[in-house]
Design a protein around this ligand. Structure first.
Ligand code: ADP
Ligand code: MG
Length: 291
């Protein structure tokens, strides 16, 4: 494309809420064959809310107190949901010792004489904690796209908390629009298989991959690139930054983290996947203008 038509394209994109950080990407966008999207904060709003507390021993208030005390020290969106719920209930949080955050798994720490472990099923299994007794309840929750957070004290499951992150109102329509343009849409998430499947089904992606560790998102992009085509990625989190940089075209959600925005080629200021489809249409129009 000529510098002039690219400049026009950049201006038009801005009108559609797409900030172009790399003009070369405006040209590559026309040829995108696969779009990889992050779940939390991209397909969903990224602001999960607590939906239930199940205590196997002691009160629900006590369970939430323990959970929120630990999660105060974490920056994960799930942690925020739990801490917010405790604040709303005006619970008095307890001091935590030996706090530790385990990427893609959860958090640990000591409160009084109790050694606590909180996080996903993989984290429980890796630590030999049996959660069989709640598996039926969990199956129902995850089928509804809720995410469970298991809580164990001194190697015994003491309950779980579930959180749900609303799907953005226009995610399904935007994904359909992208698919109509011939693009394969794949959702990638660190969340569990069942919750991911429920969200994937609701928004109609072609494929999804669950339980992806943050460090593995970029290698998934690379793997798809080796199989051919132009691979784009849309994400919002710190976790997504390496994958956004690796992708042929990286789209960052406008209210995402600074590092995601800095790693992306385009920024979606409307926080909508429709803007990805807009950017692709504009890219095609920009290229047509010169040929
Ligand atoms: P994602 O951003 O897609 O959830 P992460 O790799 O950040 O991916 O997390 C993967 C999973 O690890 C989460 O879905 C959750 O089950 C668990 N997890 C991570 N951090 C925490 C935390 N602070 N508290 C509870 N669970 C957590
Ligand atoms: Mg995210």
């Amino acid at each position: 494309a000529t510098p002039m038509s690219v400049m026009v394209g950049v201006g038009k994109a801005a009108e559609h809420g797409v900030l172009i950080r790399n003009a070369q990407a405006l040209q590559s966008a026309a040829g995108i064959t696969t779009l990889i999207i992050d779940k939390t904060g991209t397909v969903t709003e990224g602001a999960p809310k607590l939906t239930s507390i199940i205590a196997l021993q002691g009160s629900e208030e006590h369970l939430l107190t323990l959970a929120a005390s630990l999660e105060t020290l974490s920056e994960h969106p799930l942690a925020e949901a739990i801490v917010d719920a405790a604040k709303k209930a005006q619970l008095k949080l307890l001091p935590v010792k030996q706090f530790n955050s385990v990427t893609g798994r959860g958090v640990t720490g000591k409160i009084g004489v109790e050694t606590l472990l909180m996080g996903n099923l993989a984290f429980m299994q890796e630590n030999g904690i049996d959660s069989q007794q709640v598996s039926d309840q969990i199956t129902k929750l995850t089928a509804n796209a809720h995410t469970p957070v298991y809580i164990a004290a001194n190697d015994q499951l003491i309950g779980f908390i579930s959180v749900a992150d609303p799907i953005r109102h226009d995610s399904a329509a935007a994904i359909k629009r992208l698919q109509k343009a011939g693009i394969k849409v794949i959702m990638l998430t660190g969340d569990n298989q069942q919750t991911a499947a429920a969200v994937a089904q609701q928004v109609g992606v072609d494929e999804f991959i669950a339980g992806v560790m943050p460090a593995d998102k970029a290698s998934k992009v690379k793997l798809l690139q080796q199989q051919g085509g132009i691979i784009a990625m849309a994400g919002d989190g710190i976790n997504d930054a390496p994958a956004l940089a690796q992708a042929d075209v990286g789209f960052a959600i406008g209210n995402g983290t600074d590092i995601a925005i800095e790693s992306a080629d385009m920024v979606l200021i409307r926080n909508s996947l429709h803007s990805v489809a807009d950017a692709i249409e504009l890219s095609k129009a920009t290229l047509k203008n010169i040929h």
